[in-house]
Design a protein around this ligand. Structure first.
Ligand SMILES: Cc1ncc(COP(=O)(O)O)c(C=O)c1O
Length: 391
């Protein structure tokens, strides 16, 4: 038997997707993976179907169809006054997941350091590992998960090549403030570090919280790869449409890698993505209200059952401390109990940390769910509590 390559030996597959497999096995409600259980917008479904019927079923331009690159450019300009030239500076990818891998492989040399803010989304470490670079962690401290400028500074050195910045943030629901982003930007400038952003939840923010792209801060355009995608905004996680926006020299490297990795993103869905980006502002407003209702519902349910939570400011996840709900000392044990005995799948909190002890009393819930799903979650928690078994 041949062993797999060394770069993979310390990696396991995603814990999040493993919880989905367990949810299916135990017929549990999947509150684990970040995928909506309600329909995608009909305008996009129709546009995808028309695109296929019209024959858009072959490879497209490698960087993405021109109409989509133009729509992405217009969108960023209208929303954030951020201009990327669609001819040279925008590459359509198979999701943000591909974008992050391209960013690491095109920017970072073996031995370079990449700063990761933790807790972190589980795609970042494999991408850093593929580039044979070293992650350096900056921890956000519960319950408020604010960025500490001193800790941030301590992570930068002459070895730092890049920092990955995800806002709105999965799993904590933080939306970084201008002040927090400025502290990142000034260190990037001082140490000549590239910021690689993951802005996939930019259209899902709550209350007064507003998304600010790092590339719009003073002097940061030339030093930022702005990565985002349509999976979450349009509830189309299976379509695999994302994009990387970069200054011209970095964009050329991204395009070369993308060309030889996936050739292009799925053709009909690129056409449908254009229809999505052209939806009126009222679509996004209505969606924001719907997510606010969902956020309020999950907070209410979890607080009722003595989970300790902070209402998220953006994205569609909530971290919860389960130590008052359950005597389980370990997040994996607790998640196993929830999926097998209560019938609810969540993600063990330690999977978002470099040091597992940090997430030991926490689990993450996704709340991109329909009303009936919340009702069922509430009912299962209620039944378990009143039977009193195992809790
Ligand atoms: C922060 C973050 N980045 C990236 C992704 C994956 O994005 P995509 O579907 O565009 O690959 C997710 C999915 O949950 C996410 O939460």
């Amino acid at each position: 038997m041949y062993p797999s390559a060394k770069r993979l030996q310390e990696f396991r597959t995603s814990v999040i997707r493993e919880m989905t497999r367990l949810a299916i096995k135990h017929k549990a409600i999947n509150m684990a993976q970040g995928l909506p259980d309600f329909p995608s917008p009909p305008e996009l479904i129709r546009a995808a179907s028309v695109a296929m019927e019209e024959g858009h079923n072959q490879y497209t331009n490698t960087w993405g169809i021109p109409e989509l690159r133009q729509a992405i450019s217009n969108n960023l300009q209208n929303l954030y006054d951020l201009y990327y030239d669609p001819e040279e500076q925008i590459t359509v990818t198979c999701g943000v997941t591909e974008g992050i891998v391209l960013a690491m492989l095109s920017l970072v040399n073996p031995g370079d350091e990449v700063i990761v803010i933790e807790p972190f989304h589980d795609n970042y470490l494999p991408a850093i590992n593929f580039a044979q670079a070293k992650p350096v962690f900056v921890r956000l401290e519960p319950p408020f998960f604010q960025l500490d400028p001193e800790r941030l500074r301590a992570a930068f050195s002459h070895k730092t090549k890049a920092i990955i910045v995800n806002t709105p943030h999965n799993p904590t629901g933080r939306v970084f403030t201008r002040e927090e982003l400025n502290s990142i930007a000034s260190l990037c400038r001082e140490f000549n570090v590239v910021a690689v952003t993951d802005e996939i939840y930019d259209r899902i923010t709550f209350d007064e919280h507003q998304h600010i792209p790092l590339a719009t801060l003073d002097g940061m355009f030339e030093q930022t790869l702005t990565i985002s995608g349509l999976s979450k905004t349009f509830s189309i996680t299976g379509w695999r449409i994302g994009y990387v926006c970069a200054p011209a020299n970095l964009s050329a490297a991204i395009r070369t890698l993308h060309d030889f990795t996936t050739i292009c993103a799925p053709a009909p869905f690129q056409y449908a993505a254009v229809a999505g980006l052209k939806l009126p502002e009222s679509f996004f407003e209505t969606q924001k209200q719907a997510y606010t209702t969902r956020r309020d519902r999950i907070v209410k349910i979890l607080e009722e059952y003595q989970f300790i939570v902070q209402p998220p400011q953006g994205a569609y996840y909530i971290m919860s401390d389960f130590s008052q709900y359950s005597a389980h000392a370990d997040d994996y044990e607790f998640a196993k109990y929830l999926v097998e005995e209560v019938g609810i799948a969540v993600v063990p909190g330690s999977s978002f940390y470099s040091t597992p002890e940090l997430g030991r009393n926490t689990v993450r819930w996704s709340f991109a769910k329909k009303t009936e799903t919340f009702d069922a979650v509430e009912q299962r928690l209620h039944l378990k509590k009143h039977r009193g078994v195992g809790v």
